[in-house]
Design a protein around this ligand. Structure first.
Ligand SMILES: *Cc1c(COP(=O)(O)O)cnc(C)c1O
Length: 355
């Protein structure tokens, strides 16, 4: 039966990826620990498929509007996508892409596998100009950690017109705030480690595609390279996904309020926020002031990664590989779902300590 009312994302996050509503079926697909299956079915072996993966993939696919595949990590998904490219391919990508993505591109270029042109993803004309002969247009928006925003419909249209594969890393916006497949992208990619899981307890990745052939090629890459996740991680991610809409709504609300309250604070040189999402980036005049801010927090936690229920923060340039164009005093804050007054009290005293 076709449902005459398409379900809202809040409902899909709860309802998709469940066992059939039949007597004695559990409401949740269990964690299936299996290296092999009785012969004659679709799964056969643990590297090819797992019912717990399928449950998560059904739910994420429903939210993004395509067919999802889960990978061992976000970077395993990145590697599988880059592996689709022919030898010598031209890749156009944001100069402020996620550091691991940039490192994979640089390594592939060093080996002569591909040629990468790094652009400012917020400069639509420059991206369109660079995309003319591209085999792959990689879009990340908002970027990590610079928080630049791409004009997704314009860039996806330009990439598609150039017959490039268009990939959007949707880790920061999540399917609650951005739908690249509906805009015409070929692949949506996630570090499910972040907002999708949402509890800082699992490392996981995913791709989502509409085209059946592309799905099959990514599935083949996952199976062949063994970039397969553990079923426990996938169970945790699906459990986290059930509350994604609530978490993103609350974290975004907190982020917007923090921006209002922190605006104009004398310790800050700049305060970056793309206007949506839960990542904010205060920029201090120098690394020392930023380090003093990070060292002063008590409730928030100094830790890398993002997208958890708890607020975490770090000065990004503490990583030697981070782009030199990221200001040394930039702190990436992943805003959590705590009470805004408790969050602000902690961050306000840390801002005062950084002056
Ligand atoms: C963390 C992250 C990745 C990499 O994902 P892992 O799960 O850490 O491998 C890719 N893209 C973005 C935007 C990220 O934040």
């Amino acid at each position: 039966m076709i449902d005459p009312h398409p379900l809202h994302p809040e409902t899909l996050a709860v309802a998709a990826g469940r066992p059939a509503a039949e007597p004695d079926q559990p409401l949740n697909t269990p964690v299936v620990f299996a290296s092999t299956y009785t012969a004659g079915g679709d799964l056969e072996y643990g590297r090819y498929g797992n019912p717990t993966w399928t449950a998560f993939e059904d739910a994420l696919g429903a939210l993004e509007g395509g067919h999802a595949l889960t990978f061992a990590s976000g970077l395993a998904a990145v590697a599988a996508v880059l592996d689709l490219l022919p030898e010598g391919a031209h890749v156009v990508a944001p100069r402020h892409s996620y550091l691991g993505t940039l490192t994979q591109l640089a390594e592939a270029e060093r080996r002569g596998r591909l040629r990468a042109t790094l652009i400012d993803i917020a400069d639509t004309d420059a991206v369109v100009a660079a995309t003319g002969d591209a085999d792959l247009l990689w879009i990340e928006s908002p970027t990590n950690p610079a928080l630049e925003v791409a004009d997704l419909p314009a860039l996806i249209a330009a990439g598609s017109a150039a017959r490039a594969l268009v990939v959007v890393d949707n880790t920061f916006a999540t399917p609650m705030l951005q739908h690249p497949l509906a805009d015409g992208a070929d692949v949506v990619l996630h570090s499910a480690t972040k907002f999708l899981s949402g509890h800082s307890d699992a490392v996981l990745g995913a791709t989502v595609t509409r085209d059946a052939d592309l799905h099959a090629r990514l599935l083949a890459a996952r199976s062949l390279h063994g970039a397969t996740p553990g079923p426990m991680e996938v169970y945790l991610a699906l459990r986290g996904l059930r509350t994604l809409p609530l978490r993103v709504e609350r974290a975004q609300e907190n982020a917007r309020e923090l921006i209002r309250r922190a605006g104009g604070h004398p310790a800050l040189a700049e305060l970056r926020y793309p206007g949506f999402g839960a990542i904010v980036a205060p920029v201090f005049p120098d690394a020392e002031a930023a380090d003093a801010f990070v060292a002063a927090v008590r409730l928030c936690r100094h830790a890398t990664s993002l997208g958890g229920v708890e607020t975490t923060l770090e000065r990004r340039r503490r990583w030697p590989g981070e782009a030199a164009s990221i200001p040394p005093g930039l702190v990436r804050i992943s805003v959590g779902i705590e009470h805004i007054d408790d969050l602000w009290a902690d961050l306000a005293q840390a801002l005062d300590a950084a002056r």
